[in-house]
Design a protein around this ligand. Structure first.
Ligand code: PRP
Length: 215
C-alpha cells in the first residue's frame, strides 16, 4: 500500500476530524497527544498527517504534497482555487451569517460597510442580492467591528453563537450552511486510487450509517 498523506485543518475542526477517522478504525492517538508537532507518520498504518491552517490545506493538496485534505466549505467557498471535492464529512457544521448590533437596519438605504474574514463570500452574497456594499477585510475578532464603529455589520461563521452573544451581536440573516469537506489531489487519485478510494468509501459508508441511526 502506498503511503497516503492527509492534510488536516488545525483548530476548530481538528478534534471532530480525528474522532471521525477513529470511528472508521484509523488509530490517531499520536494526533491527540501531539504537543507542538505538525507532521505525523502513523505508527499503525500507511498514513502521514500534516496539521496546517485551513487555507494551507488547499495549497498542500493543490501542490500534491498532500494527497487528501480535510477542510471547511467556508474556506473552499472563499478561495478562488477549485479543488476536487469528494465528500461532505458532515462535521464542523456552522453557518455563514450576517450579524450586527441589535440597532442595525438591514434595509437602510445608505451603502453599508461590512467587515469580514471572507471578502469574496460577502461580496458574492451581496452582489447576488443586487446590493452594493463596501467590504473591509479583517483577520480575526470580526465581532468587534460593528461595536467600535468600523463597520455596520459583519459576515462571519457562527457555530454555537456564543461569540456573537458575548459581544452583544445578533444574527440578521443566515447566508448558507458550512460543513467539513474531503478534497483530493487529482494526480493522487490516479496514482493511489485504491488507497484514496478505500478511505473515501469507508468514510462515506460510515457517514451514511450515522445518518441512518439518527433517523
Ligand atoms: C470563528 C468565527 C467566530 C467564532 C464563532 O472564529 O469567526 O469568531 O468562530 O463561533 P461560535 O458561534 O461557536 O462562537 P474561529 O474560532 O474559527 O477563529 P478565528 O477568528 O481565529 O478564525
Amino acid at each position: 500500500m502506498a503511503k497516503v498523506k492527509i492534510a488536516l485543518t488545525k483548530g476548530r475542526i481538528e478534534q471532530s476530524t480525528i474522532q471521525l477517522l477513529e470511528e472508521i478504525g484509523i488509530n490517531c492517538d499520536f494526533l491527540r497527544n501531539k504537543k507542538r508537532k505538525l507532521v505525523f507518520q502513523s505508527p499503525y498504518d500507511d498514513y502521514e498527517f500534516i496539521l496546517v491552517k485551513a487555507v494551507d490545506v488547499l495549497t498542500y493538496v493543490q501542490q500534491g504534497v498532500a494527497d487528501i485534505g480535510i477542510v471547511g466549505s467556508d474556506v473552499l467557498y472563499e478561495d478562488e482555487r477549485e479543488p476536487y471535492e469528494m465528500l461532505d464529512l458532515e462535521i464542523g457544521r456552522c453557518q455563514f451569517c450576517i450579524a450586527s448590533t441589535p440597532d442595525y437596519d438591514p434595509f437602510d438605504y445608505r451603502r453599508k460597510i461590512v467587515a469580514t474574514k471572507y471578502p469574496r463570500t460577502a461580496a458574492r452574497y451581496f452582489q447576488e442580492k443586487g446590493e452594493d456594499i463596501e467590504i473591509i477585510k479583517i483577520e480575526g475578532s470580526v465581532e468587534i467591528a460593528p461595536l467600535l464603529g468600523l463597520a455596520d455589520a459583519i459576515v462571519d461563521i457562527v457555530e454555537t453563537g456564543d461569540t456573537l452573544r458575548e459581544n452583544g451581536l445578533v444574527i440578521f440573516e443566515k447566508m448558507m450552511p458550512i460543513s467539513t469537506r474531503l478534497i483530493v489531489n487529482p494526480a493522487s487519485l490516479k496514482r493511489k486510487k485504491g488507497e484514496v478510494c478505500q478511505l473515501v468509501d469507508q468514510l462515506a459508508a460510515h457517514i451514511a450509517r450515522k445518518k441512518e441511526t439518527v433517523k
